[in-house]
Design a protein around this ligand. Structure first.
Ligand SMILES: [Zn+2]
Length: 395
């Protein structure tokens, strides 16, 4: 594959920017909102990922974007944990750089511009009739060569949610070094997980990258178009009592009604962040049951269960506290994700071994890497199911 590198300069727009861009490809149309970032009309890179098969890597001093064998280099342009790309790049650079592949159609009225992907004649393969898609949205074929690290053929996006934050410390962390609480551990692991996924060429976004509190209902809602799955990171704690110190290990939850007393305990503990919130969130934080009526969420239950199992298997292999298995509970944070969603309780702050593991740099790296491996295993399954990759031999 020939690679062409473009250095993209941010320039002032020459005309009023449209409010949205319509990405029109042979696989469908996606509307992406245009926002103003640092005075320049821009689009969020993760939203362009699935429709265009875009890859985005942020390494601190530059953002590198890959599209159809062309690499674009930008000055970093990050707001709200999201990489933004200037609109003029989409309108000017892409049609010129990716020869003959894209056409920009400015909006006559000014509201919506269109980026049209022109079909490749040889790529006209039979596409199934458009069925109502409830499975995770993936950019369908043409499938590219598998990534050498992961074997994945498509671009994927993951939203990582470090639990708690700001005025909500999470659990106090009895066996953490003094001053550390759950929100610090979840943020550290969340950042490491983002790095691990980025290394695996998966676009990863954090719901928070600092010590702030995001409303529970808004966390899951961040996983929309460019997101394949949602993973929330937490640290467990046992209530005071005789067996409090003895319980240890990692467990992974997916959404459903809480089944056992212990599952209800964990769900109640994690949902308590609602009491810290302002109540101004767009989605109501009413009883958990209401959302189960949402069919779209139910469609993701089976996917979420499989994701939970693969992440749990991977995390249990490296965890000193043992394998507590996959659990089901009703978490507000998961009900608002419109994709497969899991919540990992990475260990017990009320257990000496788990506490030391989670507070250590080595432990945090191990758990982040294990979760990333589980996510890759799930995405490989997903690609196989969607017949992106040839079926595995021996099946
Ligand atoms: Zn928590």
């Amino acid at each position: 594959m020939s690679v062409l590198v473009w250095l993209v300069l941010v320039t002032a727009p020459r005309a009023p920017a449209p409010q949205a861009v319509l990405i029109a490809t042979p696989r469908g149309e996606t509307s992406v909102p245009v926002t103003t970032e640092r005075g320049t009309a821009a689009v969020a890179a993760p939203r362009l990922g699935p429709p265009l098969g875009l890859t985005v890597a942020l390494d601190g001093s530059r953002v590198t974007v890959g599209l159809s064998g062309v690499v674009f280099v930008f000055e970093p342009y990050v707001a709200r944990d999201t990489v933004f790309l200037p609109l003029h790049w989409l309108a000017d650079c892409v049609p010129r750089a990716v020869g003959g592949r894209y056409r920009w159609e400015p909006a006559p009225g000014g509201d919506t511009g269109r980026l049209v992907e022109l079909p490749i004649a040889s790529a006209v393969t039979a596409t199934p009739p458009s069925t109502p898609s409830t499975a995770p949205v993936l950019p369908p074929s043409p499938a590219s060569a598998p990534n050498p690290i992961t074997g994945l053929r498509l671009r994927h996006g993951v939203v990582i949610d470090p639990g708690h934050g700001g005025v909500d410390p999470g659990n106090p962390g009895r066996y953490f070094p003094s001053g550390l609480v759950e929100k610090d551990i979840t943020l550290a692991i969340g950042r490491l997980l983002r790095a691990e996924l980025t290394r695996r060429a998966i676009v990863a976004t954090l719901t928070r990258s600092t010590d702030t509190l995001i409303d529970l209902a808004d966390r899951g809602a961040l996983c929309k178009a460019a997101c394949d799955l949602f993973v929330s990171i937490h640290v467990n704690a046992m209530p005071d009592g005789r067996r409090a110190d003895r319980v240890s290990g990692v467990e992974t939850y997916f959404l459903s009604d809480a089944k056992t007393e212990d599952q209800q305990r964990v769900a109640q503990m994690e949902n308590e962040a609602i009491s810290f919130e302002t109540g101004t969130s767009s989605a109501a934080t009413g009883p958990l049951g209401f959302i189960l009526r949402d069919l779209q969420v139910n469609e993701y239950l089976r996917e979420s269960a499989q994701l939970a199992q693969l992440v749990q298997d991977s995390a249990a292999r490296i965890h000193p506290g043992g394998d507590r298995g996959v659990q089901q509970a009703g978490f507000t944070v998961l009900t608002t994700a419109r994709r497969p969603a899991i919540l990992v309780e990475t260990g017990f702050a009320t257990n000496r071994t788990d506490g030391a593991f989670l507070a250590s740099s080595l432990g945090q790296h191990k758990i982040a890497s294990a979760i990333a491996d589980g996510i890759v295993a799930y995405l490989l399954e997903l690609e196989r199911k969607r017949a992106v990759a040839p079926p595995a031999r021996g099946r």
